[in-house]
Design a protein. Structure first.
Length: 577
C-alpha cells in the first residue's frame, strides 16, 4: 500500500524526534531498541483495550502484534499502548454497571492523552467489548489523525443440548431457574459451555453492532469485523490495518474525512437492518459530537424508521456473528442496502477507497437465511425504533427485532421502581403483575450515575416466560442482548425532573412502536402539579471519585451522554499542532 518513507516534517512526532534539542527524547527511544531509521519514521499508536477481565479483550494483545507488523512493512514505527475497558457482561446486574458508560469517556480521554503526550502521528485502535468500540472511535475522530479501527472479533457460539447458545441464554436461564423450570445442575452445565472461546458476545448485541458500525462508517477495513476472535485469519486483517493506516498517513486522509454526516447515516442503516443494539442510539451521536456534527437520537431514529430489517441475528433472530461472517458479513449487508438506494456511496473509508468502490468489489449475495434480500425483508421497519411523547419529550428507543406486529403496542398501568435493584427483586419474588409497565427510574447518566444496562432484569423476565406479558421503560439503558418491549434512554432523565420522575403507580402508559409513541395518561395540569411538588433528584452514594465527576459533567442522552463541548468548540486540531 505504501511505496516508501513518509516525510514527517509536518507530523506531530517531529516534536519528539527531530532536531538537536530533542536528543534527550531520542535517547528514550534508543533505550527501547529503536534504530535511528525507526526514530525518524512516523510514529503510529497501536492502542488496545486488552485486559484479563473477560474473553472480549483477551486476544487483543495478540492481534496488536500483527498490526505492528503491518505498520513496519509500510515504513512506520508502531508504539503499542493499552487503555481500560469495563466489560458489561461482568459488570451487569450490580453496582459495577455504573462504570460501564463512564468507561467510554475514560477510554476516549486516555487514548487522546497518550497520543498527545507522545506526539503520535496516526492510530490503529483495537477494541472488543461494548463501550470500548465507540470509545476508541471517539478518540480517533477527536484527534483527527489518520485512523483505522479493528474489532477483536466475536466469541464462538456454545453448544447446549444440540443448539447454539450465547451468554444471553445464560442470563435468561437464571429466570428459568428462579421459576423452577431449570435445575441447578442444568444451569451449571449451561454456564460452563455457553462461552467456549475468546471474543465478544456472539449475537447482534452492542459489541457486534458497533463492529458493524465501524465498517459502515468507514473507519474499519471491509470484512475486518467478521472473523471470530480465535480465527488466525484475524491476524491478516490486523496486519492489513497496519498497512492501511500508513496509506492514509501518506495521503493525509484523516478520521473526519471518513466520519461525516453521510457516513453516520450509513452507520445507522447497518444498525437498523441488522436489528442491532439500542446503545447505538447513544454511541453514534457521541461519535458525531467529536467531529462537531449534529446527529442526535432523533436523527438516528429517523433513519431506523425507514430502513428495512433483513438480517436475522440474535437476540431477536436465530443467528450469531459467526453465521453472518460465513455468508459474507457486513459487506453483503451493505450491498443489499445499495440495491434500495439506502447507502451513501461517496463516503471515504480506511482503505482509501469509497464505500461505493468497496461495495463494487463484493462478489457474494444475500443467502436468504441469515441475510434476506432487501426486497423481501423480515420487516419493513428497522429492528430498532424511536419513541417520543409526553413521557419522553427528548425521545426514547426500543428494539423490536423479532417482535410481531401485535407485540409492538402495549398499554398498561405503571409499576414504579426507584432503581434497578428494586425491580430485580420484584421480578425474583414475582411481586409484579402481567400487563404492567415496569418503570425503572433514577438510572440515567447523571442520576444513576452511569446509565446502567438492565439485562439481568429483562433476562429474568424472559426466563420466567413474562417477557411478552409486561413492558419495561427506564431512563437507563438496555443491553444489546435484551428482548421484549423494553424502552430505554427515556429523556429527560428522572434526575433532571423529566416526566419519568413524576409517574405514579397506576398511571396508564401507552407504548406504540408503529406510531413512535410513549405517553402517560396524565393531564398537563396534573403533571405540572407533580413537578411543583417534586423534591429533587434522589441522593446517591457517589459523592466523590470518577462517577461523581461523570455525573457532574455528563450531558443529555439524546446527544450521546457526552462529557465535553466537542468538535464545535475546539480551537485547534491535534494533528496540526
Amino acid at each position: 500500500m505504501n511505496s516508501g518513507p513518509i516525510d514527517k516534517s509536518n507530523l506531530p512526532s517531529r516534536h519528539v524526534t527531530e532536531g538537536p534539542e530533542r536528543a534527550p527524547h531520542r535517547s528514550y527511544l534508543y533505550a527501547m531498541g529503536l534504530s535511528e531509521e525507526e526514530i525518524h519514521q512516523p510514529l503510529v499508536g497501536v492502542a488496545t483495550c486488552w485486559n484479563e477481565a473477560a474473553p472480549c479483550n483477551i486476544s487483543l494483545n495478540r492481534q496488536a502484534q500483527s498490526v505492528k507488523m503491518g505498520v513496519k512493512v509500510a515504513h512506520g514505527t508502531p508504539r503499542e499502548f493499552t487503555t481500560i475497558t469495563v466489560t458489561d457482561g461482568i459488570a451487569m446486574g450490580h453496582e459495577g454497571m455504573r462504570s460501564s458508560l463512564a468507561s467510554r469517556e475514560a477510554i476516549a480521554d486516555s487514548v487522546e492523552l497518550t497520543m498527545r503526550g507522545h506526539c503520535y502521528d496516526a492510530i490503529v485502535g483495537l477494541a472488543g467489548c461494548d463501550k470500548s468500540l465507540p470509545g476508541m472511535m471517539m478518540a480517533m475522530v477527536r484527534l483527527n489523525v489518520p485512523s483505522v479501527f479493528i474489532y477483536g472479533g466475536s466469541i464462538l457460539p456454545g453448544r447446549f443440548e444440540g443448539r447454539d447458545v450465547t451468554v444471553q441464554d445464560v442470563f435468561e436461564a437464571v429466570g428459568q431457574h428462579q421459576a423452577g423450570n431449570m435445575s441447578t445442575e442444568d444451569l451449571k452445565r449451561l454456564e460452563t459451555v455457553a462461552c467456549p472461546s475468546a471474543g465478544s458476545c456472539g449475537g447482534q448485541f452492542t459489541a457486534n453492532t458497533m463492529a458493524a458500525v465501524s465498517e459502515a462508517i468507514g473507519l474499519a477495513l471491509f470484512q475486518s469485523s467478521g472473523a471470530p476472535a480465535p480465527y488466525e485469519s484475524r491476524d491478516q486483517f490486523a496486519e492489513a490495518s497496519g498497512e492501511a493506516v500508513m496509506n492514509l498517513l501518506k495521503h493525509n486522509i484523516r478520521a473526519r474525512d471518513i466520519v461525516t454526516r453521510k457516513s453516520l447515516e450509513n452507520a445507522a442503516r447497518i444498525v437498523a437492518c441488522t436489528g442491532g443494539s439500542t446503545n447505538a442510539g447513544l454511541h453514534l451521536p457521541a461519535i458525531a459530537h467529536e467531529a462537531g456534527i449534529d446527529f442526535s437520537l432523533e436523527d438516528v431514529c429517523d433513519i431506523f424508521r425507514d430502513t428495512p430489517y433483513f438480517v436475522d441475528l440474535k437476540p431477536g433472530g436465530q443467528y450469531v456473528a459467526k453465521d453472518l461472517y460465513e455468508v459474507g458479513g457486513v459487506p453483503i449487508v451493505m450491498k443489499e442496502l445499495r440495491k434500495s438506494g439506502l447507502l451513501h456511496e461517496d463516503c471515504m473509508t480506511a482503505s482509501g477507497r469509497t464505500i461505493g468502490e468497496e461495495v463494487d468489489r463484493v462478489t457474494g449475495a444475500a443467502d436468504g437465511k441469515v441475510i434476506y434480500p432487501i426486497e423481501a425483508p423480515i420487516s419493513k421497519t428497522g429492528g430498532v425504533v424511536g419513541l417520543k411523547g409526553n413521557l419522553a419529550p427528548e425521545g426514547a428507543i426500543v428494539k423490536i427485532a423479532g417482535m410481531t406486529d401485535e407485540e409492538t403496542t402495549f398499554t398498561g398501568p405503571a409499576h414504579v421502581f426507584e432503581c434497578e435493584e428494586d425491580a430485580f427483586e420484584a421480578v425474583q419474588n414475582r411481586t409484579y403483575k402481567e400487563g404492567e409497565v415496569l418503570v425503572i427510574r433514577n438510572e440515567g447518566p447523571s442520576g444513576g450515575p452511569g446509565m446502567r444496562e438492565m439485562l439481568a432484569t429483562t433476562a429474568a423476565l424472559s426466563g420466567q416466560g413474562m417477557g411478552k406479558k409486561v413492558a419495561l421503560i427506564t431512563d437507563g439503558r438496555f443491553s444489546g442482548a435484551t428482548r421484549g418491549f423494553c424502552v430505554g434512554h427515556v429523556g429527560p432523565e428522572a434526575a433532571h425532573c423529566g416526566p419519568i420522575a413524576l409517574v405514579k403507580d397506576g398511571d396508564m402508559i401507552t407504548l406504540d412502536a408503529h406510531k413512535g409513541e410513549i405517553s402517560v395518561d396524565v393531564s398537563d395540569e396534573e403533571m405540572a402539579k407533580r413537578k411543583a411538588e417534586w423534591k429533587g433528584p434522589r441522593d446517591t452514594i457517589y459523592a466523590s471519585g470518577a462517577l461523581w465527576k461523570y455525573a457532574q459533567q455528563v450531558g443529555s442522552t439524546r446527544k450521546g451522554a457526552v462529557t465535553h463541548p466537542g468538535g464545535k468548540m475546539e480551537k485547534h486540531i491535534y494533528a496540526d499542532l
